[in-house]
Write a new protein. Structure first.
Length: 150
């Protein structure tokens, strides 16, 4: 049986703390492996922060589902269309420690997610991120194409 939780937020900086605490509680309650939980938390925070700080959204709805050995995060917001799957992610020119601060969030999301998908539904953006909990391949990021109707 799948475990699931939903959180509705105002798209503000202050709500990011609540988002983080919500996911940490879910991860602890369902004994997610520490590394996987940290990676999903990073991705969730980055995607929610981009919406709250750079978009025009007023509302964000988050859903996390744990099923069949994977964590599925769905983020829905009412901002202008933004597809993080095709958004530019500049490759690192050296070690992460030497990289400039800023602009690396989506790069990390792309590298961490096993699946990252986007679709536009009417006035809503919907992003789905999947992180498998079992053995991972060397190439962690597998991106789905756009769904029909985009």
């Amino acid at each position: 049986m799948a475990a699931a939780a939903t959180l509705k937020l105002a798209a503000t900086r202050d709500e990011l703390t609540r988002c983080d605490a919500w996911f940490q509680a879910f991860a602890a309650a369902h004994a997610l492996p520490e590394r996987a939980a940290a990676e999903v938390r990073l991705c969730l925070h980055e995607l929610a922060a981009n919406i709250a700080l750079h978009g025009s959204a007023t509302r964000i709805c988050l859903r996390v589902v744990l099923e069949r050995g994977q964590v599925v995060i769905t983020i829905i917001d009412d901002s202008t269309p933004f597809d993080p799957v095709v958004a530019s992610t500049a490759p690192l020119s050296g070690p992460l420690e030497d990289a400039a601060i800023g602009g690396l969030g989506l790069h990390l999301v792309h590298r961490t997610a096993d699946v990252l998908a986007y679709r536009r539904r009417g006035d809503w953006n919907e992003v789905r991120l999947i992180r498998r909990l079992g053995q991972r391949t060397a190439e962690a990021s597998v991106r789905e194409g756009r769904s029909a109707g985009n």
